[in-house]
Design a binder for this molecule. Sequence first.
Ligand SMILES: [Ca+2]
Length: 169
Amino acid sequence: MLLVLQLLCIFFVALRSEAARGGSQEKVRALLDNGWKLVGPKHAYKLTLDEVNFSRGRQICQSWGGDIAVEGIRTSPNIRRKVGRHLYRGPEWIGLWVGITDTDVEGSFKWLDGKPALNSDLPWSPNEPSHSTGEDCIEIWGAERDFTLNDVSCNALRYGLCEKLVYDD
Ligand SMILES: [Ca+2]
């Protein structure tokens, strides 16, 4: 009798985890159908359809259930290149918004979640950040510049690089 109960328990636990897996697969399929691309172990990425200023880019990403990219880009430098190669569609020098600004304190960059973005940790393009007047936002440049970073006016028009967490730990 005990053995039967144990077997039943194992059966139901297996059934539940199968249902959970099925659920997340459906979620991923829906994301992919909506144009998101899985890049790296945890996140999906999608560009805004038009070039927009930084705050409009954020609005669009948030309306899609994500935000301008932070976590995947911060934790895995190679994601930047992979995402760029997967999604980049601009001509030379046109960049993608990434979630770092120094709007609060000039020269002191922060990720959108408030964590400091140390200059020394950021893959800047040569001679950047230039800190020209009002260059408070950051773009990822194209393949010609190996997807390195540039500071630029938040009012410039770029594609928003939207990021959404798909697989949590
Ligand atoms: Ca610059």
